[in-house]
Each structure stands twice: as structure tokens, then as C-alpha cells.
Design a protein around this ligand. Structure first.
Ligand SMILES: [Fe+2]
Ligand SMILES: [Fe+2]
Length: 284
């Protein structure tokens, strides 16, 4: 599986970035919160993988690494533009990005390269399993804004396409055995306990900053019940990732053990549509 770097530009125009999801602003803020992590997080992934590039001898994996870096750079660029729009709408995006940046810079300076790669493959696993659910169930995006839906679909498709690259680098450069297994497993545990509380905190900050939202306890509870319903009941976007999260702890796990390559058959039609959109009127 050789990923391809695609230079797509999404024009957000003047759409309402605080309420673009079919299920309303609380779900919108959930997606926007994830977006906050991408530019900074993906730079960290690129850094972690780049460090080991010279140790890779397999020419195909070398090529895949270059494509992986290319794809993540494009994701970072487009999510940067997306985040700027969310920031312009009054959300404290810069402060949140700075917080993620400080955390990742700390890890870069104080944790071994192998742990940085372990965190990368763990977080790539998160993105891959969330992408899988998004691609498998059209009701996750439902009848949301078409351009934002496209951004998330594109990202999900490419995360699927390159889901094993960082993992294959790990497998190529680490000594097989128990300590590597434990280090990989620890990476997912740490990524989980650090990432999700931050997501929850950022989401809460978004909700607090959104002046368009109805205030008061009842309205807040209603909003959060709706979000919990979306994440854990129907469509259950996060609940459905749990079995694959657990599968990561299986010795001998590989991302392609869960074969969802069939989604990638959507890419040619998606590319053609993007070309039309980028050539067409600006606010397509
Ligand atoms: Fe990405
Ligand atoms: Fe990725």
C-alpha cells in the first residue's frame, strides 16, 4: 500500500464553522476540537518518523514514509486553515494549539525517540480507527455541511491509506520482543489518558466561548446528552472504535489485520470531484 500525497485545497468561504454538523453545535465543537490537534500533532508524527528514516533499508517503506510525510503535511495545512476559521469565529484555538505544542515539545526534548515513535503509532491507530468508522457509516456525517464533510472524508481516506506506515517503521527499527511490545502498549495507554482528557477540556472551552449557544444548566446538559448520544449510542462514533482499540494490545497486531482497503476504492471519484471543486467557483 503506497500512499499518495494529494494537494487539495478546501475553501471554507463564509460557512458557519460553529454549527456545521447535522447534529448541531456540540457535535460540531467535537470535530472542531479534534481539528485543533492535527496541525501540531501531525508535525510531531512527521518528526518522530523522520528520525528513523535513514535506518530503513526497504525501498518501498522509504517511499511510503515520504508519502506519509507528504500527506500529513497537506492535512496540517488544510486543518490550519480550518482552525483559523474556527479561531476567527471567536474560539480560543490559538491557546489550545499552544498547549498541545508545549506538551509535544516537552516530549520531543525529554522522552526517548522510541517513545515518540510509540506515541505516534498509537495516535495513528486512533486516527485510523476513527477514520474507519467515519467511512463505514455515512450517518456519522449525515447531512452536514458539504465542504466540511469533504475535509473529514479526505482526511479519513488518507489516514486509512497510510495507517500502517508509521507502524511499519516501528516494526523495522525496533528489536522484536517483550520490551518492544510493552513499549508499544504503553504508548497507547499514555496516548489515551493524555489525549482524551485534553479533548474533553478543549471541547468544554469551545462550548464556554461560543456566544451563540443557549446558556444555563438545562441547555448545557441537553447539549452534552446529544453529544454523548452521538459518540456512544447512535451512531456511536467512539463506542464502535473500542474493539479495535483493544486489538492494539494483541501481540503480533498489525494495522492491516483489519482490512478496510475497500474504502480506498472511493479515492478516484473523490479526486475527480475535488478537481472539479477546486477549478469551479470559489465558494463551491
Ligand atoms: Fe493526517
Ligand atoms: Fe496519519
Amino acid at each position: 500500500m503506497l500512499p499518495i500525497r494529494r494537494d487539495f485545497r478546501f475553501n471554507l468561504g463564509s460557512r458557519d464553522v460553529l454549527n456545521w454538523h447535522e447534529r448541531g453545535p456540540y457535535v460540531t465543537h467535537f470535530f472542531n476540537t479534534l481539528s485543533v490537534f492535527f496541525p501540531v500533532g501531525e508535525r510531531f508524527f512527521m518528526h518522530a518518523v523522520r528520525h528513523y528514516r535513514d535506518q530503513i533499508t526497504d525501498p518501498e517503506l522509504k517511499q511510503a514514509v515520504t508519502a506519509f510525510i507528504g500527506q500529513e503535511a497537506m492535512h496540517g495545512r488544510e486543518h490550519e486553515a480550518y482552525n483559523e476559521a474556527v479561531s476567527a469565529a471567536g474560539m480560543p484555538v490559538e491557546a489550545m494549539e499552544a498547549r498541545v505544542d508545549r506538551l509535544l515539545e516537552y516530549i520531543k526534548a525529554n522522552r526517548p525517540k522510541s517513545m515518540q515513535l510509540s506515541a505516534t503509532i498509537a495516535l495513528e491507530h486512533f486516527t485510523a480507527i476513527m477514520a474507519d468508522k467515519l467511512l463505514a457509516d455515512p450517518s456519522i456525517m449525515g447531512d452536514s455541511d458539504p465542504v466540511l464533510t469533504k475535509i473529514w472524508n479526505w482526511h479519513a481516506l488518507e489516514e486509512t491509506e497510510h495507517k500502517a506506515v508509521a507502524y511499519d517503521v516501528w516494526a523495522a527499527v525496533m528489536e522484536p520482543g517483550t520490551s518492544t511490545y510493552l513499549k508499544r502498549s504503553l504508548g497507547l495507554v499514555l496516548a489515551t489518558v493524555i489525549f482524551w482528557p485534553l479533548v474533553a477540556n478543549f471541547h468544554w472551552r469551545m462550548v464556554k466561548a461560543d456566544a451563540t449557544l443557549e446558556r444555563g444548566l438545562v441547555a448545557r446538559v441537553k447539549g452534552y446528552v446529544g453529544l454523548a448520544d452521538f459518540l456512544f449510542r447512535s451512531p456511536g462514533a467512539l463506542r464502535k472504535t473500542i474493539p479495535e482499540w483493544v486489538d492494539y494490545f494483541r501481540p503480533g497486531f498489525h494495522p492491516w489485520d483489519h482490512d478496510n482497503k475497500a474504502f480506498l476504492e472511493q479515492l478516484p471519484a473523490f479526486e475527480a470531484e475535488m478537481q472539479r471543486m477546486m477549478e469551479g467557483p470559489k465558494a463551491a
